[in-house]
Design a protein around this ligand. Structure first.
Ligand code: AHR
Length: 654
């Protein structure tokens, strides 16, 4: 940045801070709503786990989102055919909007003639077939290509290609071609009849978000492509750095994985061992391909990078008790156990010590693979729980619930076989902004009320404190802009998510965990393109509250029209935080009365505001919705809360 741009940037920040300050504090206003805050009216501590997240093998959440792999279908799940039609004939605009329509066939196109391509099904490198490329006359280029790769100028990339073939086809060329015909060329000058891995590395000489990658020869003979991988060199153990940076800012304390609906058809053993040899499969629950590049080891790497806790869902749908028991042993067993030994062979000697386990997902739904009647499921759940505790008595189990008969029966018949009960909440779009923003709060309260009722009525709970893990909650509506389920979030959703968090704070005695579903692209709070990433509107309150809201809730008795207000203390009781969400279009004035508690007049504030509830952010563009931080003076002043805003203020207690 030049000195001049630094100066302009500093000036802008000062100006923004001044504007924010002057918007939010005004001299005492007699008409302002009085908000009484008595710091002695405290609730149960807010568990950090309510800021949890959820990542699923679905759409562009992991592959095409957090995972740094740039090649589509790198292990050739789909046969490479002459009639290139990756998107099929599906014209459903709901699914096919945005830059990422989902693939229905191979993204690879043939270079050459129809006869140059075939698929070897007898001796595939991995999966069920491997492309064989052959030319008998050496009269031109023959190979395969795919488009849509994103390259950034001066950025470094690295990967590998696994090839087998005849020396007569050398060199094998790997070529990257920009829309403006700029070219990067890498040549492989060796090959043998056995599959061998050859490194790829280059610095990009151009910016292009739709680069075409070609792998071809101009010689005579045959070669096979086992697989190819390409990632930006700044990937962190295979995870995309820019996305990981945003996840660090989000600072979620726990991540649920690998599903969701996905888990009920997932075989965890597909995701271990040599990554290149792991078989690609059809995603059992969703539209895409499961490349099996991300399995237990990669997920645990991510947890370590983010310094967060794992929360693994096991397959109680199509999965068996034995498979689940093995998975627990694989993660947590000592290296002397048979699965622990396998884990050590795969590079990790130390047990992972995973504590949180989701025993199944939404097994009540007929969309769930392996769905069965409740009476059957109770037995399967209990057998699973016993097998898990047999392998690891310290495992904390989250059972499948759904308010109504399902939760009631699970709590009645499996209360000895769980630590927490899962619930899920998804809400859609309502025309009226205020009603739209209140939906999550209402659902969160409804679920809490139902559980309070179960506690009173069920004998099985008389000596137990089974709290709720709301391990999926969010808005879910609109077109899919960011791949499968890749909805766009608006400022009005951010208001609703903030108020949803407020409701967890009010019910902190009963909500133990909540996992915002999901983190990246797919109904997620971070959105990406193939080179850019940024927070969607809903990511901002999640990040703001996680990093700045206190942990001891202070009850505010009164309710206010269009304002949702909560307060909290930090664990040392030195600081008070007050958060106000204004869901009305117009500004509101409030005056805070802390009673006999003396508050230092100089505080901090964080504001998320946009006068347009439909506003949204685009990854890579200057954000329309952001968190603005400023100093605030609380002496003899009234707070003016801008229309459609989230305001968090923090002050020290004297
Ligand atoms: O989060 C998307 C899906 O919603 C999950 O896979 C499933 O559990 C829920 O129905």
């Amino acid at each position: 940045m030049t000195p001049r741009s630094t100066f302009i940037r500093s000036l802008t920040i000062i100006l923004i801070s001044f504007l924010v300050l002057s918007t939010c504090t005004t001299p005492q206003d007699e008409t302002a709503l009085k908000v009484n805050i008595d710091i002695l009216k405290r609730g149960a501590p807010i568990e950090k786990y309510i800021y949890g997240q959820f990542i699923e093998h679905l759409g562009k959440c992991i592959y095409g989102g957090i995972w740094a792999e740039m090649i589509e279908d790198r292990k050739f799940y789909y046969p490479v055919t002459w009639d290139f039609d990756p998107f099929g004939s599906d014209n459903d605009p709901h699914w096919n909007t945005g830059p990422y329509p989902y693939l229905k066939a191979s993204p690879w196109q043939v270079i050459g003639t129809e006869e140059t391509i075939s698929m070897d099904t007898i001796n595939p490198f991995t999966g069920v077939h491997t492309p064989v490329i052959s030319s008998s006359d050496g009269s031109g280029k023959f190979g395969i290509r795919q488009g849509g790769l994103g390259l950034l100028k001066d950025k470094s990339y690295q990967g590998r290609i696994i090839l087998a073939g005849d020396e007569s086809i050398l060199p094998v060329n790997i070529q990257l071609l920009s829309r403006a015909n700029e070219l990067i060329k890498i040549t492989v000058n060796e090959i043998s009849s056995d599959y061998t891995s050859y490194p790829i590395s280059f610095n990009s000489t151009f910016d292009c978000d739709s680069t075409v990658l070609e792998i071809f020869s101009e010689g005579q003979g045959k070669f096979r492509i086992g697989t190819i991988s390409l990632m930006p060199s700044d990937n962190i153990k295979g995870w995309r750095k820019d996305v990981v940076d945003l996840m660090q800012e989000l600072n979620a304390p726990v991540y649920r994985w690998p599903g969701g609906n996905f888990v009920s058809g997932y075989n965890w053993k597909d995701g271990i061992g040599d990554r290149d040899r792991r078989p690609p499969r059809k995603n059992p629950a969703w539209k895409g391909v499961e490349h099996n590049d991300v399995g237990i080891h990669e997920y645990m790497d991510l947890m370590e990078i983010l310094d967060t806790e794992p929360f693994i869902a096991v397959n109680t749908g199509l999965g068996t008790v034995e498979e689940v028991a093995e998975e627990i042993e694989y993660c947590n067993g000592g290296p002397e156990t048979s699965m622990g030994k396998l884990r050590a062979q795969n590079g990790r000697e130390e047990p992972y010590k995973v504590k949180w386990w989701a025993v199944g997902n939404e097994m009540y739904g007929d969309w769930q693979l392996g769905h069965m009647p409740l009476s059957e499921y109770v037995k399967k759940h209990n057998a699973m729980a016993e097998a898990i505790w047999d392998k690891d008595p310290d495992a904390k189990l989250i059972a499948v619930g759904a308010v109504g008969e399902w939760s009631e029966t699970m709590l009645g018949e499996s209360s000895e076989h769980m630590d927490l009960l899962s619930e899920h909440i998804y809400v859609q779009e309502l025309d009226n902004v205020q009603k739209h923003a209140l939906q999550l709060k209402e659902s969160i309260r409804r679920v809490a009320d139902a559980h309070r009722k179960y506690r009173k009525e069920l004998i099985s709970l008389s000596d137990k404190n089974i709290r709720i893990a709301l391990d999926e909650w969010n808005y879910w509506y609109g077109d899919y802009i960011y791949g499968e389920l890749g909805v766009r979030y608006h400022h009005k959703d951010a208001l609703g998510v903030a108020i949803g968090l407020h409701e967890f704070f009010r019910n902190s005695d009963i909500y133990f965990m909540a996992n915002y579903a999901q983190t990246v692209n797919v109904i997620g709070c971070i959105k990406t393109t193939n080179t850019k990433s940024g927070f969607a509107a809903t990511g901002l309150p999640l990040k703001l509250y996680r990093n700045h809201f206190g942990t001891i809730p202070v009850f505010i008795d009164e309710e206010y029209d269009d304002l949702d207000i909560v307060a909290s203390l930090d664990p040392n009781m030195n600081k008070i935080t007050v958060s106000i969400v204004n869901i009305a279009q117009d500004n509101k004035s409030i005056s805070l009365d802390f009673g006999t508690t003396s508050i230092r007049p100089d505080g901090r504030q964080w504001l998320i505001h946009n006068s347009d509830p439909e506003a949204y952010n685009m990854p890579g563009d200057e954000p329309n919705i952001r968190i603005e931080e400023a100093n605030i003076s609380l002496t003899e002043r009234t707070l003016s809360i801008p229309g459609y805003s989230i305001l968090v203020i923090e002050a020290e207690i004297e």
